[in-house]
Write a protein that binds this ligand. Structure first.
Ligand SMILES: C[S@@+](CC[C@H](N)C(=O)[O-])C[C@H]1O[C@@H](n2cnc3c(N)ncnc32)[C@H](O)[C@@H]1O
Length: 210
């Protein structure tokens, strides 16, 4: 069964302590990731795409797919009219799969969570599905995404409840109070993989950079 196959890598990725461990786990998983996630009914890319398309006009460019993985979202952004999308991921293996989709204008093997080598205001929009979750990236990854997204631009991300309740919600409120972002949309909590045993919900957020 598909979910018993992929409970291993995902559970291990959630429990990973160091970024290099996360990268190694995803490197190993990269070739079967798309099929496994499809079998698990993976929802984050669809939710993120819906939020982005509701708030960012067709053709807005360039976009950054932050934690792009194998590029599930890149394909759909391409189909729905966002012509220039760059991929960033910590895993070379995942990025190699993303490259094969032939839709990204650049691929960056980098870690979210620290300083990023991009100019201020570089992107019209940023999309990050399934990345702000246990063992991956926490609220410390937000500041740089805000810095590299231009004023008026949109950041769409999913946040797992475990993080949300452990300081992420407070950090979003703080950034709003500082006038750096406006929370333009927040979904109700939903389970990202109905075919999985991990049922901790996540939520989708759309933030406008001010
Ligand atoms: C659950 S996958 C989601 C991939 C893709 N966004 C999707 O929805 O299919 C999480 C991705 O985040 C990447 N990742 C984990 N920690 C990261 C970090 N610190 N910096 C950049 N990417 C990271 C992993 O390599 C993996 O590709």
């Amino acid at each position: 069964m598909a979910h018993s196959k992929h409970r291993g890598p995902l559970a291990a990725a959630y429990a990973a302590k160091r970024p290099e461990d996360v990268a190694a786990l995803y490197d190993c998983w990269s070739q079967t990731y798309d099929a496994d996630m499809s079998a698990a009914g993976y929802r984050h890319p669809t939710i993120c795409l819906a939020l982005l398309a509701r708030h960012l006009p067709r053709g807005a460019a360039p976009l950054l797919d932050a934690g792009a993985g194998t590029g599930l979202i890149g394909e759909w952004l391409d189909i729905t009219g966002y012509p220039l999308v760059e991929a960033l991921d910590i895993s070379e293996g995942m990025l190699a799969q993303a490259a094969r989709k032939g839709v990204y204008s650049a691929l960056h093997c980098l870690a979210l969570g620290g300083k990023l080598p991009f100019a201020d205001d570089a992107y019209a929009g940023i999309i990050s599905a399934g990345v702000f979750t246990s063992g991956h990236v926490g609220a410390e990854g937000l500041d740089e995404l805000i810095r590299i997204c231009r004023p008026g631009g949109i950041i769409v991300l999913t946040v797992k409840n475990t993080l949300w309740e452990a300081g992420f919600a407070a950090r979003i409120a703080e950034l709003e109070a500082q006038g750096l972002i406006t929370r333009i949309e927040e979904t109700r909590p939903y389970v990202s993989m109905p075919g999985e045993t991990d049922t901790v919900p996540s939520r989708g957020l759309a933030l406008r950079v001010t």
